[in-house]
Design a protein around this ligand. Structure first.
Ligand SMILES: [Zn+2]
Ligand SMILES: [Zn+2]
Ligand SMILES: [Zn+2]
Length: 140
């Protein structure tokens, strides 16, 4: 691990007032290196084999989600996909594009969408997440 990455991860945990545990550091490091949202299974694979425990990974992710460092980006084929929240705003996650042919998902971080308007009375807005299906450049 590069010293600079380590510092950033510790800063993140510090700013979220989370204890700097080994699993939290490792999961954040994996999500930081990942180009796209990761499933629990992908995170487990990226962790050193053998010491990855699914319950620990779930608990770790949950604490990072509650602290706002990690977002549940979307659910695809019943698997939740997680990513760092640093490229989202509080009201809106960047959109995600999933290719229906190869199954790859792309983060559309340079796109911004207007927030929905006109919610009926009684509905309380929390966050907007948009996912697009289609064909990626390699498949189209
Ligand atoms: Zn997000
Ligand atoms: Zn594709
Ligand atoms: Zn993303």
């Amino acid at each position: 691990m590069k010293p600079q990455t380590k510092k950033t991860i510790d800063d993140l945990l510090g700013s979220a007032k989370l204890r700097r545990t080994g699993p939290r550091r490792t999961v954040l490091e994996i999500l930081m290196d990942a180009k796209r949202p990761q499933t629990v299974d992908e995170i487990m694979t990226a962790m050193s084999r053998g010491c990855a425990n699914k319950v620990t990974v779930y608990r770790t992710l949950e604490s990072l989600v509650v602290a706002g460092l990690v977002h549940r980006a979307f659910v695809h084929k019943r698997a939740e996909h997680f990513e760092l929240a640093d490229r989202c705003t509080e009201a809106q996650c960047h959109p995600h594009f999933t290719c229906t042919s190869c199954g790859k998902t792309f983060c559309l971080t340079d796109l911004s969408l207007p927030l929905i308007k006109g919610l009926k009375k009684g509905f309380v807005f929390h966050k907007q997440q948009v996912r697009v299906d289609g064909l990626c450049p390699a498949c189209s």
